[in-house]
Design a protein around this ligand. Structure first.
Ligand SMILES: C[S@@+](CC[C@H](N)C(=O)[O-])C[C@H]1O[C@@H](n2cnc3c(N)ncnc32)[C@H](O)[C@@H]1O
Length: 215
């Protein structure tokens, strides 16, 4: 990990997982009713798509919810979590003593080029300004091996009236949700010449994308 990345993480303002720092210790409890199925489906995709012994990096790992499930269900994987929030990381460290958990920002990931077979990121991008999202795509590509797999799960364009309603409602609380509901993720990926293949959508507006990196 470079000291530059640590300094950048210190300097970057970020939106905490549950919107307020005070709620960080209960983020998972608050999010589970909406995201329980999302986390389960992310884990199922990794179980299906990751190769034996792969190095997997979770960008914006939060309290380590997905990593903990993967540690149980795919003990062959080498797990790394990256998050900007030291409070989230200290929860993740308590739960995952054998995973590598590093503090850093998604736009300056403190990991080596070509060090990951699989990168995942769930429910993080809607927290980020557009230019940070652009850099995050670049960083995912940089840390992945050629032909590595990026699974990105977040609010996106709604696929049904329930999803439209939820994006409208959440979009009033968080502007990042509204922007992504209007197609921002797909636009950014297209301008970076990345093909986002939708794998599934939950509650009409949270989509998991499969992005294959080619050199
Ligand atoms: C809504 S939580 C999602 C946590 C977890 N991935 C999940 O699926 O539950 C968003 C996470 O992104 C992290 N985050 C926000 N901005 C970030 C940034 N610039 N770099 C890395 N992590 C960031 C937050 O600290 C928080 O843990």
């Amino acid at each position: 990990m470079s000291s530059n990345s640590e300094a950048k993480a210190d300097a970057t303002e970020f939106l905490p997982g549950a919107g307020f720092h005070l709620l960080t210790p209960v983020y998972e409890f608050l999010a589970r009713p909406m995201l329980g199925g999302v986390w389960r489906d992310v884990v199922t995709d990794v179980k299906t798509l990751a190769g034996r012994g792969d190095n997997l990096v979770d960008l914006g790992c939060g309290p380590g919810t997905v990593l903990q499930r993967l540690e149980f269900e795919r003990p062959d994987l080498a797990l790394t979590g990256v998050d900007i929030d030291p409070r989230m990381l200290s929860i993740a460290r308590r739960r995952l003593p054998s995973a590598i958990l590093v503090r850093g920002s998604i736009d300056a990931v403190p990991l080596e080029d070509g060090s990951a077979d699989v990168v995942i990121s769930s429910m993080v991008f809607h927290h980020l300004p557009r230019q940070v999202k652009q850099k995050a795509f670049h960083e995912a590509k940089r840390i992945l091996k050629p032909k590595g797999l990026f699974l990105l799960c977040d609010f996106s364009t709604p696929i049904n009236p329930r999803g439209e309603w939820l994006v409208r409602w959440f979009g009033k609380l968080e502007s990042g949700v509204a922007r992504q509901g209007a197609g921002e993720l797909l636009e950014i990926a297209e301008s970076a010449s990345l093909k986002m293949l939708p794998r599934w959508t939950r509650i009409g507006c949270i989509t998991q994308y499969e992005i294959r990196m080619h050199d």
